[in-house]
Design a protein around this ligand. Structure first.
Ligand code: 4NP
Length: 147
C-alpha cells in the first residue's frame, strides 16, 4: 500500500505494448534523474487484453534503448481494482479516456486524465497510436512523453 509520501501512477493505452510501457519507462527514468524515484510507484496497462503477457513492442524497446531509458514490462489489461490503488491513471488518447471513464467505479480514488495534458505544449495532448505506422511515430511518442 502506498503511504502519503508515495504517488502511484498508472499509464494506460490500448494494447499496453507501445505507448504506455514507454510512458512508464520515461516517467521512472525522469523520476530517477530527479532523485524522487523512491516516492513514485509506476505501472502501465491496456484497455484491451490483445497482448496480455507480452513484452513491449520491439520498436518501443529500441526507441527507449536509443535514448538510454531502461524498459521492462509485461502487458496486462486495466483492472477495476486499479481505480482504488492508483492516485493517477493517465492515458494516451480520447479513446482510452472514454474507455477508462466507462469502467471507472463510482467513488474511485484515481484521478483519470490524459497524460499529455500535463505537457506545456498543446501538441502533446494526444499521444497517437503508433502501432500500424513506422518508427517515426515511436520517436514522436518518445519526445512527447518526455516533455
Ligand atoms: P498501444 O499500441 O496502445 O500504444 O500499445 C497498440 C498496440 C496494439 C494494437 C493497437 C495499438 N493492436 O491493435 O493490436
Amino acid at each position: 500500500m502506498a503511504d502519503d509520501a508515495t504517488t502511484k501512477v498508472l499509464l494506460v493505452c490500448l494494447g499496453n505494448i507501445c505507448r504506455s510501457p514507454m510512458a512508464e519507462a520515461v516517467l521512472a527514468h525522469q523520476a530517477k534523474a530527479r532523485g524522487v524515484r523512491d516516492r513514485l510507484v509506476v505501472d502501465s496497462a491496456g484497455t484491451a487484453a490483445y497482448h496480455a503477457g507480452e513484452p513491449p513492442d520491439r520498436r518501443t524497446v529500441q526507441t527507449c534503448k536509443t535514448n538510454g531509458v531502461a524498459i521492462s514490462h509485461r502487458a496486462r489489461k486495466v483492472r477495476a481494482a486499479d481505480f482504488g490503488e492508483f492516485d493517477y491513471i493517465l492515458c494516451m488518447d480520447e479513446g482510452n479516456l472514454d474507455d477508462l471513464n466507462r469502467v471507472k467505479p463510482a467513488g474511485a480514488r484515481a484521478h483519470v486524465a490524459l497524460f499529455g495534458s500535463y505537457s506545456s505544449q498543446a501538441g502533446d495532448r494526444i499521444i497517437e497510436d503508433p502501432y500500424y505506422g513506422g518508427t517515426d511515430g515511436f520517436r514522436t511518442n518518445f519526445a512527447q512523453l518526455t516533455r
